[in-house]
Design a protein around this ligand. Structure first.
Ligand code: GLV
Ligand code: MN
Ligand code: MN
Length: 414
């Protein structure tokens, strides 16, 4: 039902906003960190496309932008789809954008065909899914479903102390519409897999069974600055050494298999003060990102990490404080929506498999208020993502969006 050329063109057009040249790979990536000028330009462009597609557009108080296509029975709960258009600083053209522009393509195709649906259809882009600027992922969708209070989200700050509220206001996306969504009839999202599983198995589509547990912490380690040449090793309180030991510990924990075979751990931020060659570091801010399909494995890993931080602080004479910046349990998706997606997937290709998502998605928030599931398209180059090399073919994108369209129409006629 969809127009794959138009989908591809639209994906390319959005990827030009926030585009940057990666010297190392020679490729162009996307940097549309949430609520920056680039994100604002992307938002304006996609909002315009929503409006041109005849959607009634609203912006809520956390900056989520939702476009509504009326249903024949417009009082019924809508079928919803969407994703995000913010990116990490080293992003690609597909993460999030495929879900938003895929949903837009579905609406455009329905318009072209003059097809009406019984229920309204709403498509959205949610604020700061990545969490890469303000530290908490799925920010807009978490507020929309009531998991995170609006005031807490608006008060979050970036590294420079700029708040979500002031940045939303600055870019003109601090909306007035109430942020809480009334439960949709169903939510379906298409996304690039962002991992190697589908590509390695030569699969053309994935039916997503759920999202694994996520735990983010921000660590503040305080030691004592000292002279690198004169201070004996036994007299140091080296915050940098503590951070390095924690990073090594995280890697060891994830590789050990003790917390299940699929645990992952990453220290993605590591800032050292004063950051000079001849000064023992006095302070470090670092992050720990833990993922696990098993909530039980996650809980044990968190408890063991706590114990390690306590003993390391005593051993090195540093203070280690931490706060939880994001935490979600394993989210299973609706078997009924998976069944709808599976039917449309298998009509297109025998090459598909069920898959658990390794990345976080807005769909996992929507799953708290309505039956939800996702469809994945494979990415090339071992599914690399959060990297300019992120790539999915036009055919793969079209296949995923075709499934999205058929599932949305089926659900919107229920
Ligand atoms: C979002 O992309 C995440 O899983 O960190
Ligand atoms: Mn994403
Ligand atoms: Mn991402």
């Amino acid at each position: 039902m969809i127009n794959s050329d138009r989908l591809w063109r639209t994906l390319q057009e959005l990827s030009e906003i926030g585009r940057y040249h990666d010297e190392k790979s020679g490729l162009f990536g996307v940097n549309r960190l949430a609520l920056t000028d680039a994100d604002a330009e992307g938002r304006r462009r996609v909002r315009r496309w929503f409006e041109e597609a005849g959607l009634e557009v609203r912006v809520d108080r956390i900056g989520n932008v939702i476009g509504r296509r009326r249903g024949l029975d417009d009082a019924l709960a809508p079928v919803m789809s969407g994703s995000h258009i913010d990116s990490v600083p080293t992003g690609g053209a597909f993460d999030g954008a495929l879900g938003v522009l895929g949903a837009l393509e579905v609406v455009r195709s329905l318009n072209d065909a003059g097809t009406a649906t019984r229920r309204p259809i709403e498509i959205a882009f949610f604020t700061d899914e990545e969490g890469a600027r303000f530290g908490t992922d799925m920010l807009g969708s978490a507020v929309a479903v009531g998991r995170l209070p609006l005031a807490t989200a608006l008060a979050l700050t970036d590294h420079e102390g700029k708040s979500v509220e002031s940045e939303l206001s600055r870019i003109g996306f601090l909306g007035t519409h109430p942020e809480r969504l009334s439960p949709p009839h169903a939510y379906v999202e298409v996304h690039v897999e962002q991992g190697p599983v589908l590509d390695a198995a030569a699969m053309e589509l994935g039916v997503v069974t759920g999202v694994q547990a996520i735990s983010w912490r921000e660590l503040t380690i305080t030691g004592r600055s000292a002279h690198a040449g004169t201070t004996p090793m036994r007299l140091r309180r080296d915050a940098g050494l503590a951070a390095a030991r924690i990073d090594v510990k995280l890697d060891e924990m994830a590789r050990s298999g003790r917390y299940g075979p699929e645990m992952r751990a990453t220290m993605g931020r590591l800032e050292v003060w004063p950051g000079r060659v001849n000064v023992v570091p006095s302070r470090v801010i670092a992050t720990a990102d833990l993922r696990n399909p098993s909530d039980e494995g996650m809980a044990r890993a968190e408890a063991d990490l706590d114990a390690f931080l306590t003993s390391l602080a005593a051993e090195l004479g540093v203070e280690i404080r931490w706060r939880q910046t994001a935490k979600t349990a394993h989210v299973p998706f609706s078997p009924a929506i998976q069944a709808v997606i599976t039917r449309h997937v298998s009509a297109l290709t025998p090459r598909w498999q069920p898959i658990l998502s390794g990345a976080g998605h807005d769909a996992q928030e929507l799953a708290a208020i309505c039956p939800t599931a996702m469809v994945f398209v494979p990415g090339l180059y071992e599914g690399i993502s959060h990297n300019p090399r992120e790539y999915s073919t036009p055919e793969a994108c079209a296949r995923g969006v075709e499934v999205l369209g058929r599932a949305v129409v089926e659900l919107a006629n229920q």
